[in-house]
Design a protein around this ligand. Structure first.
Ligand code: AMP
Length: 141
């Protein structure tokens, strides 16, 4: 397990910064977000330092996503009276809203008219461009 001295989530993993822990095993931790968007807002993080998801070793990515359903189920059982659904949010890079440079998955309970909003501004996929784009992306896998 490799951690970074100046990373706030690595410090939580190491125990030098406290958190309200919900789950922990040798690869993953889940704890309450200190600035919750909703009651029960929980973070799931890998116990290894990686800034963005595409740089996270796959076994840690798998470990995070393996535990997300159970943690979300527990959160929603607790706050289900007030929340009717939840978002799984994972930001990569400042332009995408990432403030903490250690991979994390947000579990955010949602209720009608909670004011959080969600902007989804769909474009239209150009079929010709899509063919080239898909082939190009495939070649990078
Ligand atoms: P993001 O914008 O996706 O990087 O989200 C970072 C999240 O980490 C925010 O929701 C913060 O409230 C949360 N956060 C930052 N520091 C702590 C901390 N010490 N304990 C719990 N959550 C934290």
């Amino acid at each position: 397990m490799s951690l970074e001295a100046d990373c706030i989530f690595c410090k939580i993993i190491g125990g030098s910064i406290p958190c309200h822990r919900i789950f922990e095993d040798d690869q993953v931790m889940a704890f309450l977000d200190v600035g919750p968007l909703a009651r029960g807002h929980t973070l799931v993080i890998p116990k290894i330092h990686a800034v963005t998801l595409e740089t996270l070793p796959p076994e840690y990515a798998a470990a995070c996503l393996r535990i997300v359903p159970a943690v979300a189920h527990a959160v929603m059982t607790e706050v289900g009276d007030e929340a009717a659904g939840w978002n799984l949010l994972q930001n990569n890079g400042p332009v995408a809203g990432q403030a903490v440079g250690h991979v994390h998955f947000h579990i955010i309970p949602r209720k009608p008219n909670d004011g959080l909003g969600f902007r989804w501004l769909p474009g239209k996929l150009d079929q010709e461009e899509a063919q080239v784009l898909a082939e190009n992306i495939k070649s990078w896998l």
